[in-house]
Write a protein that binds this ligand. Structure first.
Ligand code: ADP
Length: 249
């Protein structure tokens, strides 16, 4: 039954969370022992301390994303939403990813024009687009190109992020949206990934009444597309009273 399925999902999630948390916690505790054992070797102490810092950052990102995902599962976003232009959202996400792109000499093309309004939570939408752009950068070789495109198609606003990266095999294309699923766990860890990014994107889109999909070819690249319903038309009953707005659904 539905209740049993939800219960199972919750149990799986908890088992995964504790497994994922154990990795960095275990590493930190081993590194603490290593530091204690290397007290007469300052160079080694420095090296272990640096790695300890990296593991602590990873742990903190993991905890932040787990909390965010749990919040998304109970939050009713459309309850207190406001009109947001996805063009501005994508522009901000691109800006936030600029540093990561530059460090791999990846060029980001941004195509679109203002006027792609949806009803929602601006910060969450920036998080969603940013996760897609960060992945496009992380899973692409140096000196490639990432394209971010916003457009309105019928009654949907689309944000598409295209890369020239490694691509995803057909059998993995649905699974990557599951929590903690990674095609290559070692590589994902090396890039600092938690395996939660795409499930956060999926939940943010669902909470806004839309969805996210992928089309990809192994070795050639991927396109992730978010589709959200266009915001209802704004009607002002009195043009001199801009405060008195209502929304036609
Ligand atoms: P992670 O933190 O591992 O990046 P995500 O949930 O964001 O977690 O992504 C899940 C997996 O999907 C990644 O580990 C990677 O294998 C694959 N993936 C995501 N985005 C891309 C992309 N643009 N190109 C190739 N593979 C990708």
């Amino acid at each position: 039954s539905e209740a049993r399925r939800i219960d199972e999902t919750r149990r799986d999630f908890l088992a995964n969370v504790s497994h994922e948390l154990k990795t960095p916690v275990g590493a930190i505790s081993l590194l603490a022992e290593a530091v204690a054992g290397a007290h007469d070797d300052p160079k080694a102490v420095k090296r272990f301390a640096k790695r300890m810092g990296r593991e602590a950052n990873r742990l903190s990102l993991l905890v932040r994303e787990i909390v965010e995902l749990s919040r998304l599962q109970v939050q009713d976003i459309l309850g207190d939403s406001s009109p947001v232009d996805l063009f501005d959202v994508a522009e901000e996400a691109v800006e936030l990813s600029r540093f990561a792109a530059e460090s791999k000499e990846i060029e980001i093309d941004f195509v679109g024009s203002p006027g792609c309004r949806v009803l929602g939570d601006r910060d969450l939408l920036v998080t969603a687009v940013r996760n897609l752009v960060d992945n496009a950068i992380a899973y692409s070789p140096r000196r490639t190109r990432v394209t971010v495109r916003t457009q309105v198609v019928d009654s949907l606003v689309e944000v598409a992020v295209t890369d020239q990266g490694q691509g995803i095999a057909p059998e993995n294309q649905q699974r990557i949206f599951e929590r903690f699923y990674r095609v290559d766990p070692a590589r994902s860890r090396a890039t600092g990934g938690t395996g939660l990014g795409l499930s956060i994107v999926k939940h943010i889109c669902a909470n806004h009444g839309g969805g996210v999909s992928v089309s990809s070819e192994l070795g050639a690249g991927s396109t992730f597309t978010m589709e959200l319903p266009v915001a209802p038309v704004e009607i002002t009953s009195d043009p001199h009273a801009p405060e008195a707005t209502n929304w036609q659904l």
